[in-house]
Design a protein around this ligand. Structure first.
Ligand SMILES: NC(=O)c1ccc[n+]([C@@H]2O[C@H](COP(=O)([O-])OP(=O)(O)OC[C@H]3O[C@@H](n4cnc5c(N)ncnc54)[C@H](OP(=O)(O)O)[C@@H]3O)[C@@H](O)[C@H]2O)c1
Length: 331
């Protein structure tokens, strides 16, 4: 028997992705074979394909930062996973595949009652949003917070979790997507036509408690002064080159040395080893929020799993609000 996956064969646009067949082998001693049900398509997938991130995988590779699926078979040395278990994993790559082989330490137990496509948004985008807000910025109700990149996968998760936390939110996004920001109570700013520094200074002359930044670069340089004494700038956007990474690390040292009470924190799911951050504590909180419909992930479009090229093209078009998800055919 065979299974199919989508591989990136060379650096470039969505057209470089190809569907290939592999032999469906039994898992090795320590492996679990997972039948993939849903995979979020995210900007890190796109950046990895173009080779824009300093830690981009070498081609050929299978993209796919996170998966939700069912355990299908286990190796003899596997202790806890059982065939039929619903699981998820933060794979970083490898998710665009009908089947994935993982070690059991990578598996996150998932309530089977939840929709796999919705759960897939929690495994990457909502965990980034939750941890940047609650673990990095440590926000509290009433805090004034600016969200840079508020309309995308992570951005809409920040809006929903920010509203739940009782924040006073401002969000930066294209004007055509401002309706989604206002729907969650955020004041929108259009980065095409407005100077965010000027807007924020007028709106919040006493400064902001936190900025959650998916862009970095010029926003950080110009906007750091918008923080109040004790304010935190959390940068989670991936630097797009090795030089960009070094520049960001330089800023981290410099800005945190300045005796003004403001701080810069970098957040990354891959730079912190899996398990080091309390992921396993936070995912169940998100599952509970989903189960009780306190969060409602925005899924703009679902594509069949092997139509990853079309899904990536949609994400790259800039027309997406929320999430784009790949789903197995029976979903
Ligand atoms: N650190 C981590 O572990 C981690 C995990 C996931 C993602 N990320 C990073 O987070 C960022 C967002 O990822 P995503 O998957 O949420 O992307 P996405 O869904 O494609 O959303 C991108 C967002 O960026 C906004 N944007 C684009 N250009 C902008 C500009 N010049 N100024 C302000 N906003 C701009 C878009 O706004 P409009 O569409 O409204 O123009 C949109 O809200 C990426 O850099 C990604 O690499 C990091």
């Amino acid at each position: 028997m065979n299974y199919k996956c989508v591989i990136v064969t060379e650096r470039g646009g969505p057209e470089v992705m190809q569907i290939v067949e592999n032999i469906l082998r039994p898992p090795t001693d320590k492996e679990v074979r997972v039948r993939v049900l849903a995979v979020p398509v995210c900007l890190p997938d796109v950046q990895a394909r173009y080779g824009q991130t300093p830690i981009a995988p070498k081609v050929p590779f299978v993209p796919g930062y996170a998966i939700v699926g069912d355990v299908e078979a286990i190796g003899d040395g596997v202790k806890t996973a059982v065939p039929g278990n619903r699981v998820a994993a933060l794979t970083v790559s490898g998710g665009y595949s009908e089947v994935i082989y993982l070690t059991e330490d990578k598996l996150i137990p998932v309530p089977a009652s939840l929709d796999p496509a919705e759960v897939s948004t929690l495994i990457l985008n909502y965990i980034v949003a939750y941890q940047t807000l609650h673990r990095s910025a440590k926000v509290k109700a009433g805090d004034k917070v600016l969200i840079i990149g508020a309309s995308g996968g992570v951005g809409t998760a920040l809006l929903q979790l920010g509203q739940l936390a009782g924040l006073k939110m401002y969000g930066i996004a294209s004007a055509s997507k401002h309706h989604i920001l206002t729907a969650y109570g955020a004041t929108p700013i259009d980065y095409h036509t407005q100077d965010f520094v000027e807007v924020m200074r007028q709106a919040e002359p006493d400064g902001l408690e936190a900025v959650i930044d998916g862009m970095g670069g010029d926003y950080l340089n110009r906007g750091f002064s918008l923080l109040n004494d004790g304010g935190v700038w959390v940068a989670y956007g991936n630097p797009l080159s090795f030089r960009g990474l070094l520049r960001l690390l330089g800023k981290l040292i410099w800005l945190n040395l300045l005796p003004n009470g403001k701080s810069l924190k970098l957040y990354g799911t891959t730079t912190s080893k899996f398990g080091k951050r309390p992921f396993l504590e936070d995912w169940p909180k998100l599952f509970n929020l989903l189960e009780t419909r306190q969060i409602d992930p925005i899924i703009m479009q679902k594509f069949p799993l092997l139509e990853a090229a079309q899904a990536n093209a949609l994400l790259e078009s800039g027309d997406v609000v929320g999430n784009v998800i790949l789903v197995a055919s029976e979903q």
